[in-house]
Design a protein around this ligand. Structure first.
Ligand code: AMX
Length: 388
C-alpha cells in the first residue's frame, strides 16, 4: 500500500462492536480468505500442513521457507536457545494444582521473562519459541503431581520430541503423538493480525513491555471461552454426543439447536467453506485412528451438522471449523483431559504472535515500529457528531 486510500468510513454503527472489521494495521505473517482459510506468508495452509513446525516458525519470522541447509541451521539455533533458566520448576511447583492450565501457561511464560530477558525483540521471541516444549511438558507433569524422574531436557531434539520426552506418558504411541502434535502446531501457529490474542499481545508490546509480558497477556486473552478455549468445549461437546449413529447424531444436533446451544466445531466468522485446517486433521485421523470412537463421532457430525445448520439462513458458514477434530485427535493419542487443549493452541501461537510482535516493534515504519496503541473512545454523554 503506497498511497493514501480510504479503507472504511467509520460511523457510529462501528462503536461498541469490538473493533470488528475496522482496519488498524498491516500483517506480514498471515491472512485469511473465505475459501482457502489461513495463509502463512502467502502460502495456503493446505500446502504447509505436512511441514515440520521448525520450518513454519522459520517462515513466520523470515517470510520465506528455509532451504534444507537453513532448516538444519535453524533447528541448531533453537537447540542453543532451548534450555530453561534455573528457577522455573520451583515457580511451577508453587502454583495451585487446580488452577486452569492456561493460567499456568501464562504464569510460566511470565516467569521465563522474570528469570531471563535480553530485551531484544527477535532474541526474546525466538528464545521463548525454543523454551515452550519444555515449559509445556513441565506444566503437565507438575500440575498432575508426576514430579519424580522427569527426564532431562535434550534441546538438540525437535520441538515436538522435547515435549513428548518431557511428558513421557506410559502406554501411549509416541510416534502417533509426535504426528498429531506436529500437525496441530503447524495448523494453529498464526491467524491474521486482528484475532483477540494476537491483537492483545501486540497491544501490550506497543507500550514496550517485554515479549514475555506481552505473550503472557496474549495467553490470558486466548484462554477465554469465546476464543481459544473453544477447543476444550468442542471435545466436551463430542463426548456429550456419545454416539456415531447418524440418526442419533442428527437428533442430538437438532436438540441442541432447539435448546439454543451452539453446535461446537461448526461455523466461522470469515471462512465460507470447511476450514482446510479441519480437512487436514480429518485426513490425519483417517490415517491414524479411523476406528476411534470420537473420530467416528466427529466424522458423523461432519456429515450431518452442516446440512442441519444450513436450514438456518442466518448461519453464514455451516461447515466444520478447526476445532471439530483437534480434540478427538489429542484424546486419541492419550491426552484425555480437555482442559489442557488450549495450551497447545497457545504453544503454537507463540510463534505467530512472536513474529508479529517482532514485525510491529522492529520492522514496521522502516524499523521505527508502530506507536503505542491508542484507539479513540467517545464519552457517552458527549454528542456523537464528532465522528459523523
Ligand atoms: N451453532 C449454532 N448457531 C450458530 C453456529 C453454530 N455452529 N454458527 C453460527 N450460529 C449462529 C450465530 O450464533 C448467530 O446467531 P445470532 O444471530 O442469534 O447471534 C448466527 O448463526 C449468525 O452467525 P454467523 O454470522 O454465521 O457466525 P459468527 O461470525 O457470528 O460466529 C462462530 C462464528 C464460530 C462464533 C459461530 O459459528 C459459533 O458459535 N460456532 C460454534 C462454536 C465454535 O465452534 N467455536 C469455535 C470457533 C473456532 C474458529 O475457527 N474461530
Amino acid at each position: 500500500m503506497t498511497q493514501k486510500e480510504s479503507l472504511l468510513e467509520v460511523t457510529t454503527d462501528h462503536l461498541n462492536t469490538g473493533l470488528r472489521g475496522i482496519p488498524v494495521g498491516t500483517c506480514r505473517t498471515s491472512f485469511v480468505t473465505p475459501t482457502e482459510g489461513v495463509h502463512y506468508c502467502g502460502y495456503p495452509i493446505t500446502e504447509l500442513a505436512s511441514f515440520k513446525p521448525e520450518d513454519i516458525i522459520y517462515l513466520l519470522f523470515n517470510k520465506e521457507l528455509p532451504t534444507p541447509e537453513q532448516s538444519a541451521a535453524f533447528c541448531d539455533e533453537l537447540a542453543v536457545r532451548g534450555a530453561l533458566p534455573d528457577g522455573m520448576e520451583a515457580v511451577l511447583n508453587s502454583l495451585p494444582k487446580d488452577g486452569h492450565p492456561m493460567d499456568w501457561l501464562s504464569i510460566g511464560i511470565h516467569t521465563l521473562g522474570m528469570l531471563e530477558t535480553t530485551n531484544d525483540w527477535n532474541e526474546d521471541a525466538l528464545n521463548l519459541v525454543a523454551r515452550m516444549p519444555r515449559l509445556m511438558g513441565l506444566i503437565f507433569r507438575i500440575r498432575e503431581g508426576r514430579t519424580n524422574d522427569i527426564p532431562a531436557d535434550d534441546p538438540s531434539g525437535t520441538l515436538v520430541d522435547r515435549f513428548v520426552n518431557t511428558l513421557d506418558l506410559i502406554g501411549v504411541d509416541k510416534e502417533k503423538m509426535r504426528q498429531v502434535i506436529s500437525t496441530y502446531l503447524v495448523l494453529h501457529m498464526d491467524h491474521g493480525g486482528g484475532n483477540l490474542s494476537t491483537f492483545t499481545g501486540k497491544a501490550i508490546a506497543s507500550g514496550k513491555a517485554s515479549v514475555y509480558s506481552s505473550m503472557a497477556g496474549a495467553m490470558n486473552a486466548l484462554s477465554g471461552p469465546l476464543h481459544g478455549r473453544a477447543n476444550q468445549s468442542c471435545l466436551e461437546f463430542v463426548l456429550k454426543v456419545g454416539t456415531s449413529d447418524p440418526d442419533k447424531v442428527e437428533a442430538f444436533v437438532r436438540g441442541e439447536l432447539a435448546a439454543k446451544r451452539p453446535i461446537f466445531g461448526f461455523g466461522h466468522a470469515v471462512l465460507r467453506t470447511e476450514d482446510p485446517r479441519a480437512t487436514a486433521q480429518f485426513e490425519l485421523g483417517a490415517k491414524i485412528c479411523p476406528d476411534d470412537e470420537n473420530f467416528k463421532i466427529i466424522t458423523a457430525l461432519r456429515e450431518i451438522a452442516p446440512r442441519v445448520l444450513a436450514e438456518n439462513p442466518k448461519i453464514s458458514n455451516p461447515n466444520a471449523n478447526v476445532d471439530i477434530a483437534s480434540g478427538a485427535l489429542l484424546y486419541h493419542i492419550g491426552l484425555k483431559d480437555p482442559t489442557y487443549y488450549t495450551t497447545f493452541f497457545g504453544w503454537a501461537r507463540v510463534a505467530g504472535i512472536g513474529a508479529q510482535i517482532v514485525d510491529e516493534r522492529a520492522v514496521m515504519r522502516d524499523g521505527k515500529g508502530t506507536p503505542i496503541y491508542r484507539p479513540k473512545y467517545i464519552a457517552e454523554d458527549q454528542s456523537l457528531r464528532h465522528i459523523e
